[in-house]
Design a protein around this ligand. Sequence first.
Ligand code: RNT
Ligand code: ZN
Length: 417
Amino acid sequence: MKPYPNTETLEQAYGLAKNSYAQVGINTDEAIQAAEAVPLSLQCWQGDDVRGFEGVRGLSGGGILPTGNYPGRARNGDELRAHAGLAFSLIPGAKRFNLHSMYREGKPGETIDRDALEPEHFHTWMAWSKAEAIPLDFNPTFFAHPLAERATLSHEDAEIRRFWIRHALAARRIASAFGENQGSRAINNLWIPDGSKDMPADRLSPRLRLKDALDEILACSLPPHTLRDTLECKLFGIGSEAYVVGSHEFYLSYAVQKQISLCLDMGHFHPTETIADKISGILPFVPGLLIHFSRGLRWDSDHVALFSDETREVCREIKRAGAFDRVALALDFFDASIHRIAAWVIGARSIRKALLEAFLEPTSLLVAAEQAGKYHERLALLEALKTFPVAAVWDKLCLDAGVPVGMDWLQTIPAVS
Ligand code: RNT
Ligand code: ZN
């Protein structure tokens, strides 16, 4: 593959692109700045196929399944941090790192069950986060555990339920410690796999138990400037095809009633259902949203996110609503069939590019045409924008951010065996 054009050529292309966008009232320098400022939270679990460091089981379980056997999976915290660090150096813009509780690091031979986790079990992560200036987010882990075989927070057995409630409370305290450590709020996202492969006879009781468990978990008050709780719904998973306790309607209702933020994962709805339109439908009623960027394909919800219509539409909708202060963005995919560091880079760069495209949209012109009833003008402009020179502006963003331009980053990806 030929190397990318030299800087001079890139700057020339950018100059032309700048003029094109100026014609529709857009300042490309400002769009670049705005697109870089939006933090993307990278999922630690793409680095090791959702295995974690507890050494309990090889597979993640819980209705999710990373498939593939590409070599190079991170086997411990140091490797995972090194791999993530390389990915960060190839991704422009603000970044965060998203941990699951199964990535705790203890002393060799030490067993710490999930209900006994403390912030100190993440002190290496917190020190790294400070040193790298990469804020952390967090997730309790309700899968890949002997007590998660049948259900977690909705389990019939009160003892098992209590274990998971203690775990969820521990996770909130850990996320709050992250927030304290980094001087900005950490998101603590709760997703449970509870559900049923075939038609349940009783759909209500597990949901009532989940509601009670959430009430107890969220009743514990922690400083809001350190932590934001989000709840993630799902339509179905592997082995929970007929019924998922934490469905969209369940969490949406709960979030609205209790004023908790909601997580919308792009792969968690019907295969043809997209989430962009849900953003403005939900935002007036909840404190905030978390987007999990992924790509649903057939039955799988976790393919690498791309510069797809769905990704672009989500970014556009948040920009149009001026809601980046209330909508957090995270990546959630795990593909073990390709180079894992490259998966992070492809996904994150694609989302960043979609953010840039959103900030390059002359939204006020579209709205003006709409308000004047000139829908033909709105449609004409939308069509014209599709072939505006976003690529030249994207190259300039990468150039200024000090990350490789075009596909030059591929040369930095180490061969693994
Ligand atoms: C699973 C959810 C959840 C997980 C991570 C590992 O369907 O999307 O967000 O992917 O917690
Ligand atoms: Zn998700």
